[in-house]
Write a protein that binds this ligand. Structure first.
Ligand code: HGY
Ligand code: MN
Ligand code: MN
Length: 413
């Protein structure tokens, strides 16, 4: 039996949330704990309560909405994703997993299904790294991957701490109160857009995620004396941006050169100070995103880029520091979760394929707490982290039906 998904309501909610943004529709910008992020959270909390779910927010801002099972003493099954968004992103990344998860719970209610295990929908805090340079802060704290000292080291662009930001956003208690013990959940399953071209290329409905590529971020800071762009002659210069330019080229060359297309490297963020056309740069900060499905290959790339940056700084006589912001292992889906998703696909008549996720997700860290899995729906032309990100109502509804079927199976176990 495929559960009834209210496609029109879900689509209307996705479109409504998309307009709570710091950029005009269809661009979506919702940065952690900004007024827009808080408005999006409040909007979501109202929808969750309207659905009759018990809602709570933990000390770092993760939101939990619970559908009580017939045996509430058992570890619950969880689903969820995120509603924060990087600057000028799309309206489906993360949101499909939160609002689609809500719709799955409403479908169970509409079908009169009382699951044995309770089911919790989680909207994680700061899945995106935008504000503090680290993604998945909420699930990292929940799973113990990020401890008190690690959280205290985080700074935003204004030098603000996570503690200041969370308290300013009205979170209470100690941040580490959000920590959960392994086994706190029976299983975790996340619905998400693929953010890649595979499902569309193969003409398939659902991706059954078996593993998530290992993400790492290296922050490099290069410093020089700066000076007047007209008066400081070239032989006297020690320009950190020239060193940075060499590093940017090397990241691309080295990532392409590992012999596998599973290796990716990106310099997605660079800040140049003082940032005046007629001033020789004094300070450059770069954040370098490097990933691979193979941990050793990923780590070799990170080590190579770190050493290369140091060597370029020495060659050009500029100051250098390199800091690993995160260096995470890949996560592997739990077999029972994969089986539940494939059974739900069969029941829903959804064509499907097992695949790897190249984007990271909170699922990577939930895997420290319980068996996990992911359900992917297609992304048009594989586009994501852009305003033209798109997945159709029908594709999302099919993903929700599969999610609801899999959650029902897992909650009966
Ligand atoms: O970067 C990622 O993989 C995710 O979209 N935060
Ligand atoms: Mn994203
Ligand atoms: Mn996402």
């Amino acid at each position: 039996m495929t559960l009834p998904v209210d496609t029109a309501r879900l689509s209307a909610e996705i479109e409504e949330l998309a307009r709570i943004s710091d950029h005009p529709y269809p661009s979506v910008t919702r940065i952690l704990f900004t007024p827009t992020d808080m408005a999006g959270r409040e909007w979501l909390h109202r929808r969750l309560r309207d659905a009759g779910l018990t809602v709570r927010v933990d000390a770092v801002g993760n939101t939990f909405a619970r559908l009580e099972g017939t045996d509430p003493s058992l570890p619950a099954v969880a689903t969820g994703s995120h509603t924060d968004a990087i600057p000028e992103a799309g309206r489906f990344d993360g949101v499909v997993g939160v609002l689609g998860g809500l719709e799955a719970l409403r479908a169970l209610q509409a079908a009169g299904i009382r699951p044995r295990r309770s089911i919790e929908l989680i909207a994680f805090t700061s899945e995106e790294p935008t504000r503090f340079g680290l993604g998945c802060i909420g699930s990292r704290v929940m799973s113990g991957v990020l401890d008190e000292a690690g959280l205290a080291r985080l700074r935003d662009a204004d030098g603000g701490t996570f503690e200041q930001a969370r308290l300013g956003a009205g979170m209470t208690g100690a941040a580490m109160d959000a920590r959960l013990a392994p086994g706190a959940y029976h299983a975790f399953l996340e619905l998400h857009i693929e953010q890649g071209p595979e499902l569309e290329r193969q003409g398939l409905d659902i991706g059954v995620v078996t593993a998530i590529a290992a993400p790492a971020t290296l922050r490099v800071e290069l410093t020089g004396g700066g000076g007047h762009a007209g008066a400081l002659l070239m032989p006297a210069r020690h320009d950190p941006l020239v060193a940075a330019a060499a590093v940017i080229q090397e990241v691309d060359r080295a990532a392409r050169g590992t012999g596998s297309t599973d290796t990716v490297g990106t310099v997605g963020l660079i800040r140049v100070e003082p940032g005046a056309v007629n001033s020789v740069p004094r300070r450059v900060v770069m954040e370098i995103d490097m990933r691979d499905t193979d941990l050793a290959r990923r780590d070799a790339l990170v080590d190579h880029v770190r050493a290369f940056a140091r060597a370029q700084a020495e060659r050009l006589g500029v100051g250098h520091s390199g800091e690993i912001l995160n260096r995470d292992p890949p996560s592997v889906s739990g077999p029972a979760v994969v089986e539940a998703v494939e059974a739900a696909c069969a029941e829903a008549g959804a064509s499907n394929v097992r695949m790897v996720s190249r984007a990271y997700h909170d699922t990577v860290f939930m895997a420290q707490l319980c068996p996990t899995g992911m359900v992917f729906v297609p992304s048009r032309a594989g586009v994501s982290h852009r305003p033209d990100e798109f997945t159709s109502e029908e594709q999302i509804a099919r993903g929700v039906a599969v999610l609801a079927g899999a959650l029902t199976r897992l909650a009966q176990a």
